[in-house]
Design a protein around this ligand. Structure first.
Ligand SMILES: NC(=O)c1ccc[n+]([C@@H]2O[C@H](COP(=O)([O-])OP(=O)(O)OC[C@H]3O[C@@H](n4cnc5c(N)ncnc54)[C@H](O)[C@@H]3O)[C@@H](O)[C@H]2O)c1
Ligand SMILES: [Zn+2]
Length: 357
């Protein structure tokens, strides 16, 4: 078992990366506990890994991005209250980023903070979202508008859950893995590229390396826990990616939208001469284009829709649009002066580079 320590203002916590499922038995020793489990994950694993879980202590949560809101959090409060939850209750969440966000928010607000353990079961959650302390809910049409900072007390990461992920969810997670390795720089990219085929075949050791590599890069940015400066760079690919998620009505999964967002950012960087043409072509060929499996349509890339979606970015402060970019040598920067004409030209180029459907 490998343990990663994460420092956080609220409390330090640990990620236990484990190849066995013994942790399920250990969790069963916690006296006051409620499991909140993604319904798909519960169905797949109830007869195997979850055999030891007492079903009377399980709340099964149907998962959809539309349900990542305050109403579903209230369902979790109701379940806890119906069990006369006290402050010594431990909430154990098992599932992907949606379960993490809903239960993390519930745990952070009920009694101003319950014990909370998290078992991530998607690649996105294992390689990225499980650390960083954020909980986010959608409000009306606004994605991740409401949230808190509240890390779990502990995370149990078991990569063999990833075998049963649908391809689209696997490739969404891979988008974040690639993003984190790119931000990590040359050595990280090199080690990911050396095993990218095995990662795509979901070979356990290759996945483990990709996950721990991703978490280690992210850790380096978390000393800026509350998102004030350098943590912004983790948003590489997200300024455009979030807009694409919105214009595609979430038909393009998050990490895949981020992949297209990174190609878009690279186009702007290249045309501003922050990234050389050679490096641009090399990244596209080696790591970006082959791993985009959910391509946007002409409609998804409608200029006006993208523009209004990018204007909604909650981190934007000035008049122009914000964009995190990468340049030669994997150097990161942030611009806040992306305006209409440059956006339009860059979207046209993006269509040529990635090939729309
Ligand atoms: N809080 C954060 O820091 C943070 C960071 C990034 C993303 N997010 C949020 O995470 C969400 C996306 O998370 P996600 O990509 O993990 O998706 P998800 O939670 O929606 O899960 C994707 C699908 O996979 C299924 N699933 C989960 N585990 C499975 C398994 N082991 N086998 C088979 N199917 C399984 C789920 O039922 C669901 O249908 C978004 O809402 C995003 O905003 C949060
Ligand atoms: Zn993301």
């Amino acid at each position: 078992m490998q343990v990663i320590n994460v420092k956080s203002a609220l409390r330090d916590y640990q990620v236990h990366i484990t190849e066995t499922t013994d942790f399920i038995r250990d969790l069963g020793n916690i006296k006051e506990r409620l499991y909140v489990i993604d319904s798909n994950v519960w169905e797949i694993y109830r007869e195997q890994i979850f055999r030891g879980i007492d079903p009377s202590k399980v709340m099964v949560l149907p998962i959809h991005e539309d349900r990542k809101n305050l109403y579903t959090v209230m369902e979790v409060y109701d379940e806890l209250m119906s069990r006369a939850a006290k402050r010594n209750m431990t909430l154990i969440s098992i599932g992907g980023g949606i379960v993490q966000d809903i239960t993390g928010f519930a745990a952070s607000t009920l009694y101003r903070g319950l014990n909370w353990l998290y078992v991530p079961t998607t690649l996105l959650a294992q390689a990225d979202s499980c650390i960083g302390s954020k909980t986010s809910l959608n409000y009306k049409n606004y994605k991740n508008l409401v949230g808190t900072f509240f890390p779990p007390n502990s995370i149990y990461l078991h990569p063999s859950f990833l075998k049963t992920l649908r391809d689209e969810d696997f490739y969404s997670g891979l988008g974040e893995v690639i993003k984190l390795h790119l931000i990590g720089g040359a050595d990280h990219v090199k080690s990911l590229l050396a095993r990218i085929d095995q990662v795509r075949e979901r070979q356990p050791n290759a996945l483990l390396d990709a996950i721990s590599g991703s978490l280690n890069v992210k850790l380096g940015f978390l000393d800026d826990e509350f998102d004030r400066g350098k943590r912004n760079f983790l948003n590489f690919g997200h300024c455009f990616g979030h807009a694409l998620e919105a214009t595609s009505n979430f038909a393009i999964p998050h990490g895949q939208a981020v992949m297209t967002g990174m190609v878009f950012a690279n186009i702007v960087a290249k045309n501003r001469r922050f990234m050389s043409k050679n490096f641009f072509a090399e990244l596209n060929e080696k790591i970006l284009l082959d791993n985009i499996v959910s391509r946007p349509t002409q409609d998804h890339l409608n200029m006006e829709h993208i523009y209004s979606a990018m204007k909604m970015d909650k981190k934007r402060i000035g008049d122009g649009l914000t964009l995190i970019m990468q340049g030669d040598g994997y150097k990161m920067t942030k611009i806040t002066d992306l305006f209409h004409p440059e956006l339009e030209k860059s979207i046209d180029e993006l269509k040529e580079v990635i090939g729309v459907i």
